[in-house]
Design a protein around this ligand. Structure first.
Ligand SMILES: [Zn+2]
Length: 462
């Protein structure tokens, strides 16, 4: 949801400003630069490279020529394109795929692997349920060398892929380099999956996952680390030192009243307890289930990890995608009196379940303070929604679903006394996909799975 400007370029553009003032030549160079970038977006990689090369030699003194020269280095940022776009970046989790150790000629291979990573999301039970909440973008990087640094060799690659961790073949990348590449995009959320051509297995954390070779279940495990700060639930590979500490899915105590997932225990969700062995340790660390979570060695997330992933998706994605007319939060800007008002919201659409929509009409004396989270980079900062008067949150009018997540509500003023009213639309994800007995989210402290829109209307005296 974060909108990043071209900030990293600013100092560079500033320094080159006198040269940029060269008029027609600069204009031509800019046009050609955009053509080259378009070629990358269209997956015409060799054509893009030739265009950059041509531009760099034709207009070497323009800012565009200089940037084009950088992009034709043996190790370089080439450009970006969409793999799968579901909506505007400001209301999606933007997942950026980038490759390490791929030469110019390997870009189609990288794209194939990147597409298979998108399929891993699509076919996964949890990530697939919320597939449409994500966008997938590729950043094309060229690397001089193939392979990873380690075992006494040094390789020059775009993301500095290297041998990492305790396990033979496990790869990591230079986090700072990945972040730099992310910042080349007009919009991104700080999340990337780096595909290291010559590596195997992976690492993940702080928004960035690295996987070696082709995309498979390793990807989901590393995404759990990168996206939701989940810990390992396996007890082998005991390279972890220091005293264990509690995280979302690992507990330093087996006391069920104190484990981080105690709300699952209290809710009586079957199979949840405190099971010894987690976080790469046999002793002193407990996990929520007896086994099988993807943060251990399974394919699906356990209920505790699943809740954390859904929470994190909703930190970035507002369940209400669009609304009309524009909201009137301000009482003074109430919609003028009319016989009837039409309101509409467009909701996000998980794969197998629909979000719950409720419309409420409140007299001025019961008005609530509208919560505005439509453009917060982290919706978690909004806090809980205000309780509706009479605790009637669960009541209200369901409106009329008209397809594609749209729901409309018609308010006729005939039966209302003259005065001002608030029209409140609340949308909620109950976290219960088709066939699920238990909700995927047991505790929603900050009402992340809910959103609202509020309008003021005036009913004139008759
Ligand atoms: Zn788990």
């Amino acid at each position: 949801m974060f909108i990043r400007s071209l900030l990293p370029w600013l100092p560079c553009l500033f320094l080159l400003a006198p040269m940029a003032a060269q008029g027609p030549e600069n204009k031509k160079a800019e046009g050609e630069f955009q053509r080259a970038e378009k070629a990358v977006a269209d997956a015409r990689y060799t054509a893009a490279f030739s265009l950059y090369k041509q531009l760099a030699s034709r207009y070497p003194n323009t800012v565009w020529g200089k940037m084009a020269a950088l992009r034709t280095q043996p190790t370089a940022y080439l450009g970006w394109g969409d793999l799968q776009r579901h909506g505007a970046s400001n209301n999606r989790v933007d997942v950026v795929l980038m490759g390490d150790g791929f030469a110019l000629d390997d870009q189609n291979e990288f794209e194939d692997i990147a597409r298979s990573a998108v399929d891993v999301f699509k076919n996964h039970k949890l990530l697939g349920e919320y597939f449409s909440y994500h966008n997938f973008v590729r950043i094309n990087l060229t690397s001089k060398d193939q392979g990873v640094t380690g075992y006494g060799r040094t390789k020059e690659t775009a993301l500095g892929g290297h041998v990492a961790g305790d396990v033979q073949g496990q790869v990591g990348i230079d986090h700072g380099k990945a972040v730099q590449m992310l910042e080349m995009l007009p919009e991104q959320d700080g999340y990337a999956i780096a595909i290291v051509k010559a590596g195997s297995m992976g690492t993940g954390g702080g928004g960035i996952a690295a996987i070696g070779g082709r995309a498979d279940d390793t990807l989901v495990h590393e995404w759990g680390h990168a996206f939701a700060n989940l810990s390992d639930e396996y007890s082998t590979f005991t390279g972890h030192r220091g005293s264990p500490r509690s995280t979302i899915n690992v507990s330093a105590t087996e006391d069920l009243k104190q484990v981080p997932w105690k709300h699952f225990v209290a809710a009586g969700i079957p199979g949840i307890g405190a099971y010894r062995g987690a976080d790469g340790r046999i002793k002193g660390a407990w996990k929520p289930t007896s086994g099988g979570c993807t943060m251990e060695d399974g394919v699906q997330f356990c209920p505790v990890c699943r809740e954390a992933i859904v929470h994190n998706i909703y930190r970035r994605v507002d369940p209400i995608e669009a609304h009309s007319p524009p909201t009137r939060r301000d009482q003074a800007a109430a919609l003028a009196s009319a016989e009837a008002f039409q309101f509409e919201v467009t909701c996000m659409q998980p794969k197998t379940h629909a979000l719950d929509v409720r419309w409420h009409v409140l007299p001025e004396g019961q008005a609530i303070k509208p919560a505005d989270d439509s453009r917060l980079p982290d919706r978690g900062r909004r806090g809980k929604l205000q309780m509706l008067p009479g605790k009637e949150d669960s009541k209200g009018d369901n409106g009329v679903p008209i397809g594609n997540g749209r729901n409309k509500f018609r308010l006729t003023t005939r039966d209302l006394a003259p005065g001002r009213y608030q029209v409140v639309c609340r949308v909620r994800d109950d976290g219960k996909p088709a066939g699920q007995q238990w909700p995927w989210v047991v505790l929603d402290d900050g009402d992340l799975l809910q959103s609202e829109r509020v309008w003021w209307v005036t009913v004139a005296p008759r």
